[in-house]
Design a protein. Structure first.
Length: 255
């Protein structure tokens, strides 16, 4: 039963009177709805921020993958160029400095790739497939080191005995043999592996983009407590309707 009282100002015999217990219940409902609203906003914000950070992380990784593919592809070309330059040095059509510069370029690129996958002797970031290709049995690391050492030996012999000496010819043959004895195929396999890993990361990145889009679409702002159509508004309208009906009934009895 709704409490009533006399209203001398409006000359109403009886009007609904809401006591403190009813006001307290309404305030408690409002606080509950407000907390739910804030929790929903916080959850949506966390999901969107996490999606953004993941997308940015994948973009950075994909950009570095392109750099690795470029370097490994250039290594493949430099391995064949060194074999060609040793013959050109013997013919006198290319200077020894050009050969040394190309050798240093290949060595620097190889050191960069190794340092990226093995930042320190006790840590490694290379995927298992690349780790086997680089440092497995007859791996790329050992082959490239041996190949560069053979080129350096050719340079030393040329400087000591001349480019046309039998010793220089023997070193040039050794360089040509190493370049065709599996090194080119292994370097090519490394390039394809970098490309495969990059494609896989790209597909994962696209999946993250779709997830972020879906979360953004479904994570619309929740309805504020007490807004039109909200639970708070419905509760207040119900109380006002009840009060109006009780007041009409009381007036009818008085008449």
């Amino acid at each position: 039963m709704i409490p009533i009282r006399y209203d001398p100002i409006n000359n109403d015999r009886e009007i609904p009177f809401w006591n403190d217990s009813i006001d307290g219940s309404s305030m408690s409902m409002t606080r509950t709805l407000t907390l739910r609203y804030l929790a929903a906003l916080l959850a949506i914000t966390c999901v969107l921020v996490s999606s953004f950070l993941l997308v940015q992380y994948e973009i950075g990784r994909n950009q570095h993958d392109a750099h690795l593919i470029n370097i490994s592809g250039r290594q493949r070309m430099l391995s064949q160029r060194l074999a060609l330059l040793t013959r050109e040095v013997q013919r006198g059509t290319v200077s020894i400095e050009t050969l040394q510069s190309t050798r240093d370029e290949m060595a620097s690129a190889h050191d960069e790739l190794i340092a990226y996958h093995w930042p320190s002797p006790d840590s490694a970031s290379a995927p298992p497939t690349l780790a086997r290709m680089y440092r497995g049995e007859d791996g790329i690391d050992g082959q490239v080191v041996q190949y560069l050492a053979t080129v350096s030996d050719f340079v030393r012999v040329v400087e000591e005995s001349g480019a046309s000496s039998p010793q220089a010819t023997g070193r040039a043959d050794a360089v040509a043999h190493l370049s065709q004895s599996g090194l080119l195929e292994d370097l090519d396999a490394v390039v394809h592996e970098y490309e495969r890993l990059s494609d896989r990361k790209t597909r994962r990145f696209r999946t993250l983009e779709v997830m972020a889009l879906v979360l953004g679409l479904v994570g619309e702002e929740p309805e504020r407590p007490g807004s039109d159509g909200g639970e708070g508004a419905g509760a207040e309208e119900g109380l006002e309707e009840g009060a109006s009906l009780h007041l009409s009934s009381s007036r009818s009895r008085g008449e």
